[in-house]
Design a binder for this molecule. Sequence first.
Ligand code: BGC
Length: 367
Amino acid sequence: MILVTQSIAVIEAGQGTNGAYVACPSYSSYNYCWFRDGTFIAVAMDRWQKHESARRFYDWATALVVARADGIERCLENVAQGRPLNPADLLHTRYTLDGRQGDEDWPNFQLDGFGTLLWGLQHHMQLTDPPTMPSVWARAANLLVRYLAALWQRPNSDCWEEFSDQIAVSTLAALYAGLHAISAAFEANGQDATLALDTARQIKAFLLGSGVRDGHLIKQIEGEDVVDASLLWASVPFQEHSFLQPSDPVMQATVARIEQDLVGKTGGVHRYAKDTFYGGGEWVLLTALLGEYYTATGNLTGGQRCLAFVEASANEQGHLPEQVSRAPLHPEYVEHWLGCWGPVACPLLWSHAAYLSLSAQVRESGL
Ligand code: BGC
């Protein structure tokens, strides 16, 4: 329980009065709020009854989307007219803590976080049961559904902010989950859910056709026969909104490949085999995610093992890093990254959130 309390404290300290969560307070490139990280953090806070913190994040994120409605409409108009997209109209994946687009060069076109956000909004409403969806949330959700319906087939950077010329299978898994979840929220709110549901169905059919090789999911649509640990998003943490159930044979085969190729020497999970960021260490949040998968399938020993790995990764202050570099895949790159950006980001709020989510799930499973 000590690390649970500490994780909540780290997250609360990293949330601004406007609701934004900083990705990592002590790592300058991460002095931003990402839709991806932010939503996973809000979901974890909701799982530990910190609903007010989560609501403030969602208020921040939805207001930011609504404030960019003109750009979204221009983008949709370009798609409808078959014209090229103007990068200035695209929604960025991360914002400064006061809600501005960053000036640094960054791969800003990433779609997964918007799917994750839609899922998070529905998750929060399901837990807190407001009489109706707040109007700004409904407006933002509508804009995002139309934006994603228009753009999901375009290459965009993956959740690791790489491979901008590809479509990552995990990105589409997040989009499916978000569109599926928000369609349930729209229906409960008396709104038309057709576009969200139809797009989710198209994504699922496309994934099962172009995202599977030899019975398992692959990292990129029609890409090489390799896996990425973010493929776990196909079944966790999106629960009933996942496009594959944990027991689905395709999911089981995918996890078997992840175990074979990406579970590291010290029991943590690497992102993908060719990862060179800080040498490609074992990621705390991915290990927690694998723990969620194990717990969801009744493998309680596996869940406990992952939980123990995460707990052992905390430093003396009870801070969790982004990755653990004890046994990197490509040690020759460690020095390079230390020279570029300094030590690995710590505390990473998303790592703490992943720990909170896994511990909540383990607790709920009665372990
Ligand atoms: C990761 C992203 C993450 C960001 C902030 C990047 O290095 O690849 O997934 O959103 O850090 O935590």
